[in-house]
Ligand binder design. Structure first.
Ligand code: WTA
Length: 648
């Protein structure tokens, strides 16, 4: 990450162009309206953006804090809002997705077609016994069926739990069991880096033996050989045969919509629970205003996989609620050539593009000559999400991808917040490279010190959310105590939500995010927990103790670096580093595989026995380790740093 000094010297400013501002969806009065009556503002937005079968009369009920009810006495159907109503309004022929598979196969799916597919899938799922409140796990590549599956589950008032296709069988099983999912929707395989990667065997392993899963619905995508069990059904057999007539039932605004697991500070991932009316209101509002969406003419592309919150909110629910046209791509950015993304932007005339800084930095490394081969002039708004974007990458993004003219919105939010919370609004905000800048209208953010006292301009502290917001999480699945403890206990007196991020105000009062303050790492914009990886490592027979840190990485933001002590019986284990790194990939998923793993004799601990991760991080980042007088045994550090220096 960029150092504070650098940030404070960043004085480039990009005011909105007058033409852009004149035609912009978001106008400055949004801020005034939200400031004068926040709840009335959200109520207006919700009525304007969504179809309510039964209108709500109450906006927010915070009496059971920290569990909010938004629009609690209203009823709606999320899938109807994303599909049927657009068709009924005469937009059935509008493209919902320009989908492209990695090998180059493509599909265009209109709103009418998507609506029909979802109705069929909803009928098929209902026939398999899925009803309101049931959990359905979705483990699919980035293909249209993933969207169809999510919306079919939503249409029935059931709850989806999408698990990113890169997670291992163990991770998948833990998520299936925690949510007690009765159905899994998967594929034979999907395309990645020029090859079919099989998904079905992972599901087989995850549901073998005792499992709550009754059926596995398998989409044909990879055309790879799969083993068949008596739980398995082909998607094309049951969905294609189902009727495409299905009446969407209205559910309460607080009916759960999905669970999405994310890493926290302990070993066990948290099932973040989101509900319907408030979530859809804020994703639709932010998608429209932060990206300046003109649904008749724009082509929007959020590059996130549907397995992450960014995919849920800005590849599926936000764009569909707004009747937008999106691009969806199955594969990796560099397959079969490093200009694949730019080729897709040219091909589909993408006008709004939303991606992560880690991707931008890796393109930057490859150089501007690659994007220069493609016509990117359709682009008019660029977005960034997932981690702080350093000013150099921001300016490169604007100059090389955005032709030196597009506004860039740097959007701060989390799986827990459900939707964008801090971001510039194009056409209004004068942009500053590297700063997420200002809270979205209707969102109340503060930066406070450790006691909860707000800090001033030019000062740093912890980012908190001071008022409940529509898309906020409603809890951690099956563990409401952990919900209260994790997010609401630190500033219980003030009633603030603690985000886990450090932040500072600059002298104008704009917000700069400074990275996590807890043991959560951010690798390529993906959240990983040090504790989860440590627990995977000690799960290996050879490992006695493990410590994991996130070390700075030029491209991925942070990288996983592990230090382990081997059990004496395994002291001579050959290739321990390779073996243990592979073990982490098997236990959690390839994204968690340590970049480096060092076998050490001891780990630095305080006298009370806590591993001093900060010191290990200093070593991993090559810093002088300084004062170690609080260490139980100061010789440890020199042993580790010698070892580190000697490693490849
Ligand atoms: C980080 C992704 C700086 C932050 C939507 C947060 C960011 C975590 C930004 C959530 C940004 C996300 N600037 N940091 N624009 N966006 N983060 O749950 O640390 O995968 O707490 O949600 O990513 O990650 P998550």
């Amino acid at each position: 990450m960029t150092s504070i000094d650098n940030l404070l010297h960043e004085d480039r400013r990009f005011p909105p162009g007058p033409e852009f501002a004149a035609a912009a969806i978001a106008q400055p009065r949004l801020y005034e309206e939200a400031a004068s009556d926040r709840l009335a503002f959200w109520a207006d937005q919700s009525r304007r953006l969504l179809h309510w079968n039964e209108p709500f009369t109450e906006v927010l009920d915070w009496s059971a804090a920290p569990v909010a009810k938004w629009f609690g006495d209203g009823k709606l159907n999320v899938a109807y809002n994303c599909l049927d109503r657009h068709v009924l309004a005469g937009h059935g022929d509008r493209v919902a997705y320009h989908w492209e598979g990695e090998p180059g196969d493509a599909r265009t799916v209109t709103y009418a077609e998507l609506t029909s597919e979802v109705k069929k899938a909803a009928n098929a799922l209902a026939a398999l016994g899925v009803g309101q409140g049931d959990r359905v796990a979705i483990y699919l590549p980035n293909i249209p069926e993933a969207v169809v599956a999510m919306l079919a589950v939503a249409r029935l008032g059931a709850i989806h739990s999408v698990v990113f296709g890169g997670f291992s069988a163990e991770s998948l099983r833990a998520r299936i069991d925690d949510a007690q999912a009765r159905l899994v929707i998967t594929a034979d395989g999907g395309w990645r880096k020029g090859k079919v990667f099989p998904l079905k065997p992972t599901v087989d392993a995850a549901v073998a033996g005792e499992s709550p899963v009754e059926h596995v619905l398998v989409v044909r995508r990879g055309e790879n050989e799969v083993e068949w069990t008596d739980k398995d059904l082909w998607w094309h057999d049951v969905v294609d045969a189902a009727s495409n007539e299905h009446e969407a039932e209205a559910f309460e605004a607080e009916n759960p919509l999905f669970i999405l697991y994310t890493s926290g500070t302990t070993g066990k991932p948290k099932g973040i629970l989101h509900t319907s009316g408030g979530y859809l209101t804020q994703v639709a509002f932010t998608h429209e205003n932060v990206f300046d969406l003109h649904p008749e003419t724009d082509v929007f592309w959020c590059t996130a996989d549907v397995g992450w919150i960014t995919g849920h909110s800005y590849a599926v629910y936000g764009p569909l609620a707004n009747g937008a046209t999106s691009v969806m791509y199955e594969g990796t950015p560099d397959t079969p050539h490093p200009g694949r993304w730019w080729e897709l932007i040219e091909k589909y005339k993408v006008s709004i593009f939303y991606t992560a800084p880690t991707a931008i930095r890796s393109f930057m490394k490859l150089g501007g000559a690659i994007p220069a081969k493609f016509d990117l002039t359709s682009l008019r708004v660029l977005g960034s999400v997932g981690e702080p974007i350093n000013p150099e990458a921001w300016v490169w993004y604007r100059d090389i991808i955005g032709g030196g003219k597009t506004p860039i919105v740097d959007t701060w939010w989390q799986t827990e917040t459900g939707a964008i919370m801090v971001s510039a609004l194009p056409g209004i905000t004068t942009l500053k490279p590297g700063s997420a800048q200002v809270p979205v209208p209707g969102i109340s953010i503060a930066i406070v010190d450790d006691d909860g006292t707000p800090v001033g301009k030019d000062e740093g502290g912890l980012l908190v959310i001071t008022e409940p917001w529509p898309a906020m999480l409603r809890g951690i699945w099956g563990d409401m105590d952990r919900y209260a403890e994790t997010y609401w206990s630190k500033f219980a007196d003030q009633g603030y939500y603690f985000a886990g991020d450090g932040a500072r105000y600059d002298r104008d009062g704009d917000i700069w995010l400074m990275g996590r303050v807890d043991d959560v790492m951010n690798v390529s914009g993906h959240r990983l927990s040090t504790a989860e990886i440590e627990s995977a490592l000690v799960g290996h027979a050879a490992v006695a103790e493990a410590a994991v840190v996130g070390a700075h990485d030029e491209t991925t933001g942070q990288a996983v670096v592990a230090f382990v002590i081997l059990r004496s019986e395994y002291a001579e284990l050959e290739d321990a580093s390779t073996e243990l790194r592979a073990h982490v990939a098997t236990a959690i998923g390839a994204i968690a595989r340590p970049r480096e793993l060092y076998v050490v004799a001891e780990l630095p601990k305080t006298r009370s026995g806590k591993i001093m991760r900060r010191l290990l991080q200093d070593i991993a980042e090559g810093r002088d380790i300084g004062d170690t007088t609080t260490l139980a045994d100061t010789s440890v550090m020199s042993i580790i740093s010698d070892k580190y220096a000697a490693s490849p």
